[in-house]
Write a protein that binds this ligand. Structure first.
Ligand code: GLC
Length: 717
């Protein structure tokens, strides 16, 4: 039941008329419980009636809401939190695989279930809003935040993001277990030059519309209730003060009427980092005039904005518009109509946070996120194999969970790492009583002669070595961009030592992003990619290792051979003279959509319902997929297109649909996609979205490797 808009308008207008200027300004501010003393939080909440709080969980969240209800107008506080792969900032909640790992499932239903379960846990904490899904595209793997994305493709990011919006927001935002989603970071945040977090993206607005806007458009159509502006600038204009992307595109063209929040301390950044405003008054004015409703953390905004209005430098109507949107959002999510949303006491024991059903869902997500990149027959292992498990990330809780987990954010506190509920790969093998020995083998960035000697000894005794390589906390996330994606010397040395002294070698990448696995591709018997597999990652890995389950994931992101080869995303443009660097083979080490299973599949009979169509038409694209292997499995079928000739360069391939298909061994199924011709539209040089007449290639197959795709021509007339 959507709230009665007239009722909401009436309530908001009445309340606005009672608010003083300072109360209006405070209503547009969000403060952090982790970056202020609770005495300061109490002053902001009870005495100034601040509108929103972030980074408060458990008792802190209840206490703050009690203060809000003691303020003059008793307007409840709106809580936000980074629940980006589970309610993971709450110690004891279920932590799912990273968004990048879950994108490997290409399973929108799974992500909707994960988001729904997360919403139940977040709401149980009395919190109303998660700063998720992140829709940035990871096209430069040097960037620190690749692990928080759904990979390099806008269509996949849009579908995964829309699924999470459905899960978070449920049928009605007023419902107890529903929370507000937040599409972030608007826009093209991952495209900053050089993979440098929060730097400038030197791209055109046409590029923004063509490549980065589609996932945001997709989730806004899904009803996403809030958007977060990005830190960076686009061609010199900070997003926070960017009329074209905010007032023009987001508000006017997309018709977004939800809550627009800045990212962390962005008002201050305009003054102190991006140096486009001399004073906080100028920065506050610029942020309000680009229709922001909530200012995250920049507390100088309070005095600056009160002064602006008193001096007549800012029309109070601009303020009132934002306050109205804030009040209407609070009404829409039930803070006024559903008392259960305004938690001041924790009545009973937690029913959802960390519950068994969510643990099981976590294991399903971990299982579907595993990508097998190489297998010369060594996998699945026989039960009698003697295993040597080693590597810096074989038993590391942080690497297993990934960023935005309770001890990494908002203020890193590694002492809070619980040991018993996180299934590292080592604990996963222990859980099934596998026959294995474990030695760390090396640290992330170093190894001792003794570590290598132990590794040699154990590798000689074992029939198979499993080496888990990757990155760590200080190489992932905000601020941690990398110039070099090679495995550190210590990890390469360990791999070489195992190869020289051991028997079969399985390399496992447990990392926040693609690292350069060129050595492993040449020398390992198998390569498994987990990214950050989540709390049950070790259990899912152990089941896959011995064939109880099988790997079915596919890469949502391409693997560069080295950092110098970037960008290597699959949807490259034509025209590169040599199409590869003179010192590198053509193409990435692994491409978008790559991923093997323990069974095999064959594609045949690609058929279009018509080989000629008009702009308003929809055709169907059918392809047969046969399970040609020895066990049942699930294949992820992908549909791509290529515009042969267009008025502006077009990618050599563009993903337009995908489907997970279950096939018994020997079974053949016909998969049929609906393809509206509108999906072939491009953004031309005048920034108009148009379908141009001409010839297109329609592809279907297992990955973006064009040699594996079936193709059929289509004429648009
Ligand atoms: C951070 C991140 C953003 C997050 C916000 C609140 O700096 O950029 O993704 O949601 O601040 O924690």
């Amino acid at each position: 039941m959507q709230p009665d808009k007239t009722e909401a308008q009436k309530w908001a207008k009445e309340l606005l008329s009672q608010m003083t200027l300072p109360e209006k300004v405070a209503q547009l501010m969000q403060i952090s419980c982790q970056h202020m003393s609770m005495e300061d939080v109490e002053m902001w909440v009870r005495d100034r009636a601040v509108g929103s709080v972030l980074h408060a969980v458990g008792e802190d969240a209840l206490k703050v809401q009690r203060w809000a209800l003691q303020s003059r107008l008793k307007i409840p506080v709106l809580y936000g939190i980074d629940a980006v792969h589970g309610h993971a900032l709450h110690n004891g909640a279920q932590v799912y695989p990273s968004p990048l790992a879950m994108a490997c499932s290409f399973d929108a239903e799974l992500l909707e279930k994960v988001a729904r379960a997360t919403a139940m846990e977040v709401a149980e904490d009395g919190i109303h809003w998660t700063f998720s899904p992140l829709l940035c595209l990871a096209r430069d793997t040097r960037w620190g935040r690749v692990g928080e994305t759904f990979g390099e493709d806008g269509y996949l990011a849009g579908e995964m993001g829309a699924a999470m919006v459905r899960g978070y927001q449920g049928k009605d935002l007023q419902d107890d277990g529903s929370i507000m989603a937040c599409a972030k970071h608007y826009i093209a945040y991952g495209e900053a030059n050089g993979g440098r977090d929060s730097y400038d993206a030197q791209i055109s607005m046409r590029k923004v519309r063509e490549t980065f806007l589609p996932p945001f458009k997709r989730v806004i159509e899904e009803g996403c209730a809030s958007v977060m502006t990005a830190y960076h600038a686009i061609d010199g204009t900070p997003c926070t003060a960017n009329h074209e992307i905010l007032n023009q595109i987001l508000r006017s063209e997309l018709g977004f009427d939800g809550l627009l929040v800045t990212d962390w301390d962005n008002v201050r950044s305009l003054v102190t980092k991006q140096l486009v405003c001399e004073t906080f008054e100028q920065a506050s004015k610029a942020t309000l005039e680009t229709t922001h409703d909530l200012i995250m953390y920049s507390t100088e905004f309070y005095d600056a904005t009160i002064a602006l209005v008193k001096e007549g430098a800012l029309a109070e109507s601009v303020l009132d518009d934002a306050v109205m949107r804030m009040l209407l959002i609070k009404y829409r999510i039930g803070l006024i109509t559903n008392p259960k949303k305004v938690r001041t006491e924790q009545s009973a024991a937690y029913q959802y946070i960390g519950c068994e059903a969510h643990r099981r869902l976590g294991e399903e997500a971990s299982e579907k996120s595993i990508v097998l990149l190489k297998n010369n027959g060594v996998l699945p292992l026989n039960a009698d194999e003697s295993i040597f498990l080693t590597g810096p990330n074989a038993d590391d809780e942080l690497a297993t969970l990934g960023d935005w987990s309770f001890f990494t954010h908002p203020c890193p506190d590694f002492s809070r790492k619980p040991k018993d509920t996180i299934y590292t790969l080592r604990r996963g093998l222990q859980a099934i009583s596998a026959n294995f020995t474990y030695r760390k083998g090396c640290d992330l960035e170093g190894c001792t002669p003794q570590q290598l000697e132990e590794a040699i000894l154990e590798a000689k005794k074992a029939s198979v070595s499993i080496c888990v390589v990757g990155d760590g906390f200080y190489q992932m996330g905000e601020h941690y961009d990398r110039s070099d994606l090679s495995l550190p010397e210590s990890q390469r040395k360990l791999l070489e030592t195992l190869k020289e002294n051991g028997n079969k070698l399985i390399v496992v990448l447990l990392a926040s992003k693609p690292l350069c696995l060129d050595w492993a591709k040449e020398h390992a018997d198998a390569i498994v990619c987990l990214f950050n597999p989540g709390q049950q990652g070790g259990l899912a890995f152990a089941d896959m290792l011995f064939g109880k389950t099988q790997p079915e994931g596919k890469l949502p992101i391409s693997f560069p051979r080295n950092a110098g080869q970037i960008p290597v995303y699959y949807n490259q443009l034509p025209g590169w003279h040599a199409i590869h660097y003179c010192d590198l083979p053509k193409g990435p080490l692994y491409t978008f959509g790559d991923g093997m299973s323990y069974t095999t599949y064959q594609y045949s009979r690609l058929t279009l319902s018509s080989d000629c169509a008009k702009e308003a038409d929809t055709i169907t694209v059918s392809v047969d997929v046969t399970n040609t292997g020895s066990r049942d499995g699930t294949e992820i079928v992908q549909l791509y297109i290529h515009d042969r000739v267009a008025s502006i360069l077009q990618p050599v391939l563009s993903l337009k649909d995908f489907a997970r298909v279950q096939l018994k061994k020997g079974e053949t199924k016909t998969i049929t996609f609906r393809l509206p011709i509108q999906k072939l539209a491009i953004v031309n040089a005048k920034e108009c979205t148009v379908v141009e007449k001409g010839m297109f290639d329609i592809y279907a197959g297992p990955s973006a490797d064009i040699t594996k795709l079936l193709c059929a021509p289509l004429k648009v007339e």
